[in-house]
Design a protein around this ligand. Structure first.
Ligand SMILES: [Zn+2]
Length: 63
């Protein structure tokens, strides 16, 4: 099962889209994108919260 995450859904004018399996790596990729492209250093916990706030279930992700 994959999860599609659009950067623009998180408040940026940005075309970046992640479409990958639900793993911790997916969250890390989005976090790294926010840092590298937008200069915002969110924590993994903050990014996880942002994704779940969009209605995505992340319960299946193994830490
Ligand atoms: Zn972006």
């Amino acid at each position: 099962m994959t999860l599609k995450l659009r950067c623009e859904d998180y408040g940026f004018e940005c075309e970046y889209i992640l479409d990958e399996g639900k793993t911790l790596g997916l969250i890390e990729k989005l976090r790294n994108h926010f840092e590298e492209e937008h200069g915002i250093d969110y924590t993994i916990e903050a990014v996880t919260q942002m994704i779940t706030n969009k209605g995505h279930s992340l319960e299946s992700i193994k830490k």
